[in-house]
Design a protein around this ligand. Structure first.
Ligand SMILES: C[S@@+](CC[C@H](N)C(=O)[O-])C[C@H]1O[C@@H](n2cnc3c(N)ncnc32)[C@H](O)[C@@H]1O
Length: 484
């Protein structure tokens, strides 16, 4: 090997190592050209991002039949606007019209899409609570870029999907590939090369290992990698709906009301007199109804939706049997923590309680089992956005999903109570005094007529009683299943 002269600046070893690695790659490819057989146990390795990208661009320019690749949302590439990578992909897609090549990109999620969306929402909500303006801007920009890149690729004929559960298939990959789940991304080019990129976990490309017929056991390894990709593809879904839901969660978490600890303490102990009286009137009406229905002390399973400070779970615990269950959900982590601590403080080790973070607008249910008492109080329903009702069926919006979730969770002998702000209270902005003006206006915008609410509940199959008007500000509803 030639000596490297580096004039005493300390680069000698680095230059030597780079030269050695370059020579190694060149020798492997030269030997292959001469012998037409695999001369190396090792793949071609480039351990810098810029070289890995060049090696990748070189490969996709030569693709004629197939370019299949996996990637992670965290890999960073598709969440930034990298003209050179996007450009290389678009050139391949332009050629695709001529060659008919199959171009597939698969985003691998670590958990099912619903959980991933919840995680993203929590992450964004936390940034908002921390008033991290720059973090929020970065978050939003990242997903705006992702949507732009994905739509551009789809428009040019790339098939882009999402899948999860890849880790179950990892054992089917050859051990010698040293594939690292959560970090390694795959690219398959026609039949003549596949690459393993490292660095997905940290959001960069740290290196690439390129496998070609110059590498031992190339065909067997390639076939296993192709099979791995095909099995993932078979359980994947198009990315469109996922991106739309990310857009919605950004919109939702930009506008939703934040409940910080001081709000929660004021809600429990320092409401304006008129609001405190409303709280008391609402609770005693539910108590009276439960007693009248001979349910007090007999409830088997109780669910409180939008529990906030666990007011209802605690106040209704006497209504639930000693061997019953009390579940409370809220999608605000501060409310969940506050409620958990309060329940612990006030009920000791009462094993009936379970408080969990759950977004009741999602299609996932917080429990697989049904409940014979469900409450959703103090206008929580106003937090579920709704679209105008136009056709014969109610629109598939957050409010209708929540109503259908009530129906899915309500036992055949169950009873559901909820309150909504009346249209008049919304018009006069007479919602809770401790909300900010902005939040009151936001909630008032979700005002719904009695007729529409009734139609929506009936569309979910529920029987609705005439609402009870509380202080001219709230309607208390009771719903059950129709009697046979
Ligand atoms: C007015 S407070 C409810 C007060 C409580 N139910 C009571 O009567 O004392 C509204 C609560 O609904 C929660 N919430 C809003 N949207 C939600 C959603 N999509 N899923 C679950 N909880 C939600 C809020 O975090 C907040 O704690």
């Amino acid at each position: 090997m030639k000596r490297i002269h580096e004039s005493g600046f300390g680069f000698a070893e680095a230059l030597q190592a780079a030269q050695q690695s370059l020579d190694k790659n060149k020798n492997v490819l030269r030997d292959y050209l001469e012998s037409k057989g695999p001369g190396s146990e090792e793949p071609i390795l480039f351990d810098s991002e810029s070289l890995a990208i060049l090696a990748y661009k070189g490969a996709i320019e030569a693709v004629r039949e197939r370019y299949w690749t996996t990637t992670f949302l965290s890999s960073g590439f598709w969440c930034s606007l990298n003209e050179s990578v996007l450009g290389a992909n678009l050139r391949l897609l332009a050629d695709r019209e001529r060659t008919g090549a199959s171009v597939r990109r698969l985003f691998l999620l670590p958990v099912p899409p619903v959980e991933e969306l919840q995680r993203l929402q929590d992450e964004r909500m936390l940034l908002r609570k921390q008033q991290d303006v720059e973090g929020l801007a970065r978050f939003d920009q990242k997903f705006a870029n992702l949507a732009e890149n994905v739509h551009e690729l789809i428009r040019h004929g790339c098939d882009i999907r999402i899948a999860h559960g890849a880790e179950q298939l990892h054992p089917s990959l050859p051990e010698e590939l040293a594939f690292e789940p959560g970090d390694t991304e795959i690219a398959i080019y026609d039949n003549w090369r596949f690459d393993l990129f490292q660095g997905g976990r940290s959001g960069t490309i740290e290196s690439v290992c390129g496998y070609t017929p110059a590498t031992a056991r190339f065909e067997q390894n390639r076939d296993r990698v192709v099979e791995y990709f095909e099995r993932l593809w078979a359980k994947s879904q198009p990315i469109g709906e996922f991106l739309e839901r990310i857009r919605k969660l950004i919109e939702y978490s930009s506008t939703r009301i934040e409940y910080d600890t001081s709000w929660l303490v004021r809600y429990d102990h320092a409401l304006p007199r008129e609001d405190e009286a409303l709280k008391v009137a609402e609770f005693s009406s539910v108590q009276v109804e439960l007693t009248r229905l001979v349910r007090w002390g007999k409830v088997r399973r109780f669910l409180d939706v939008g529990t906030c400070t666990a007011r209802y779970p605690l106040a209704l615990r006497e209504a639930v049997r000693a061997d019953g269950d009390i579940m409370a959900v809220d999608n605000d982590m501060d409310c969940v923590r506050f409620s958990q601590e309060k329940v612990q403080r006030e009920s000791g080790n009462d094993a009936r309680f379970k408080i969990k973070c759950h977004d009741f607008r999602s299609t996932e249910l917080p429990s697989e089992r049904k409940f014979d008492l469900i409450t959703c109080m103090m206008g929580t329903l106003s937090h579920f956005e709704h679209a105008p009702w136009e056709g014969h069926r109610p629109p598939e919006d957050a409010l209708q999903r929540a109503i259908e979730n009530f129906a899915r969770l309500l036992d055949e002998d169950g009873v559901l109570f909820f309150t909504v702000w009346t249209e008049k209270a919304c018009q006069e902005l007479r919602l809770l005094g401790i909300y900010t003006d902005e939040d009151r206006q936001r909630l008032a915008r979700t005002s719904i007529t009695r007729q529409e609410l009734q139609r929506r509940l009936e569309a979910a199959g529920l029987r609705v009683s005439a609402p009870l008007l509380l202080q001219d500000r709230m309607d208390l509803y009771r719903c059950e299943w129709p009697r046979p």
